[in-house]
Design a protein around this ligand. Structure first.
Ligand SMILES: Nc1nc2c(ncn2[C@@H]2O[C@H](COP(=O)(O)OP(=O)(O)OP(=O)(O)O)[C@@H](O)[C@H]2O)c(=O)[nH]1
Ligand SMILES: [Mg+2]
Length: 467
């Protein structure tokens, strides 16, 4: 619901620290603040003062001084929301913050709803929809890379790409609609081959963007790395040393881990979600077999699979397990890393012998480690970083991290596929125009624009038909 007639207020800073910021925004922001805030320089009037000024003074409730504060003034449209806004920096006492908010509300402000400042920024055209969504991503990003992607989206990189696609389609639509206007006369304003080339190009770009979602989403939420292997091979020990935390129970009893355990850690600016699983073996234990079923699900969801074997396993056993995992991940871009654990219990010669007899395919890595002695882990971390960096060269490009955008892009692609078929099969302009409008509509859904008027606007602006 839009409540643009209300002036809203809310704490804008988190708990802790020495200072809290309270944000007030809306047409009556300055009037309301002026009723409770008294500048120490009484020649200053916040009703008339220019924007981007900071005023020192007291917040008072009747005769009682609640706090000494700084009030920052932002005049419409030069504020985050685009409205008149004030930010009150007070001491970070929960009591003070609560008292000031109560005072503001008593004097006519309303408590802001979640996201309402950003919603107003969008409604007032300060941000488009995908940028507004990026605000939440920037705040919640927990790694350097996630932050970089969110900042790119906030600064309009993604919106720019979507706008370019839309502009191309709007041009195309204009031509088709023009032909529709001349319906009876059977004119073709645009060469069908040229039109097809535009759609192919836009569809390729759309598909490239939607393909970036699986990595983009993983980078935002943590790259899922699943740790699998036979019981007792040291999977939970490995999880614990990677997380530097005793998260999982470790014991010498095979079948210790029966459910999946996961947690995240940032390595070289990228967040990984490590998932420890129940060891894979034939079992009649109901709970354990449920855990094993879950292990397969986790393999399906993971980007990277760490297969943990023991140095005392025979090459045949290890090759058998590699083959079983490979069958599960065949045809995907999942990365398989084979870890031979408990290397501390063997000598170097055995490692050399073993590595010769393990059948690896291109892209699969083999590493000898000792989870218990924390040996070989730097090697593992750098393989992880490199494997993401390879596909992560796309980091330089715009990346889709938001499921809503991904869904919309998939719909765009389907509509464009229909346009291509339509062009090929020479179907009527009406039907082609419908599919194009749909594709434009879905792109507009991403940035939050309204489309049909725009198509018309574009026709008249570009072609000056004047009717
Ligand atoms: N010598 C040696 N022992 C290890 C190493 N890693 C793990 N262990 C031991 O192997 C046993 C099993 O370790 P876990 O981490 O519980 O193995 P797991 O793969 O999680 O076992 P399940 O959950 O039962 O499938 C424990 O006694 C560990 O101390 C290692 O690198 N070297
Ligand atoms: Mg375990």
């Amino acid at each position: 619901m839009i409540r643009s007639d209300l002036t809203i207020c809310a704490p804008a800073s988190g708990s802790g620290g020495a200072i809290s910021v309270i944000r007030v925004s809306g047409k009556d922001a300055f009037e309301i603040v002026s009723k409770v805030f008294f500048p120490s320089d009484n020649t200053v009037n916040i009703l008339t003062i220019s924007g981007f000024r900071v005023v020192y003074g007291e917040i008072r409730s009747g005769d009682e001084v609640i706090d000494e504060v700084l009030v920052s003034i932002f005049r419409s449209p030069h504020s985050y929301t685009g409205e008149n806004s004030a930010e009150i920096s007070c001491h970070a006492s929960p009591y003070i913050v609560k008292s000031i908010l109560e005072l503001l509300i008593k004097n006519g402000a309303s408590a802001a709803r979640p996201g309402e400042f950003t919603q107003r920024a969008f409604l007032n055209g300060q941000l488009d929809l995908s940028q507004a969504e990026a605000v939440a991503d920037v705040i919640s990003s927990s790694s350097g890379v996630a932050h970089k992607i969110a900042m790119n989206q906030l600064r309009g990189g993604f919106s720019g790409e979507i706008s370019n696609l839309r502009a191309e389609l709007l041009n195309f639509a204009s031509l088709i609609e023009l032909e529709l206007d001349f319906g009876e006369e059977d004119v073709e304003f645009a060469d069908r081959g040229d039109l097809k080339a535009i759609i192919v190009r836009v569809k390729n770009l759309t598909d490239r963007l939607s393909e970036s979602f699986s990595l983009g989403n993983a980078l935002k939420n943590g790259i899922p790395v699943v740790i699998v292997g036979k019981p007792n091979s040291g999977k939970s020990t490995l999880l614990n040393v990677l997380l530097q935390d005793d998260k999982a129970i470790v014991s010498d009893i095979p079948g210790t881990t029966r459910d999946t355990i996961e947690d995240t850690i940032v390595i070289d600016g990228i967040e990984y979600r490590f998932i420890d699983t129940a060891g894979l073996r034939e079992t009649t234990d109901v709970i354990e077999s449920l855990g094993i079923r879950k292990t397969f699900e986790k393999i399906a969801q993971a980007s990277v699979i760490l297969l943990v074997d023991e140095i005392t396993d025979s090459p045949d056993q290890i090759n058998g397990r590699i083959k079983a995992i490979r069958e599960k991940i065949d045809g995907t871009d999942k990365k398989l890393i084979i870890l031979i654990n408990k290397s501390d219990t063997s000598d170097y010669n055995l490692q050399g012998e073993l590595s010769k007899r393990i059948n690896r395919e291109a892209g699969e890595e083999l590493l000898f480690i000792s989870a218990k002695e924390k040996a070989g882990l730097d090697g593992l971390r750098s393989i992880l970083s490199e494997s993401i960096a390879v596909s992560g060269s796309s980091l330089e490009n715009v990346m889709v991290t938001n499921a809503r955008h991904y869904e919309a892009l998939c719909k765009v692609s389907v509509s464009l596929g229909r346009v291509l078929n339509g062009l090929e099969e020479n179907i009527t302009e009406e039907l082609i125009a419908t599919d194009i409008r749909q594709a434009i509509h879905y792109l507009g859904e991403i940035t939050g624009e309204i489309t049909s008027d725009e198509i018309l606007g574009n026709i008249f602006r570009n072609f000056c038909i004047g009717k």
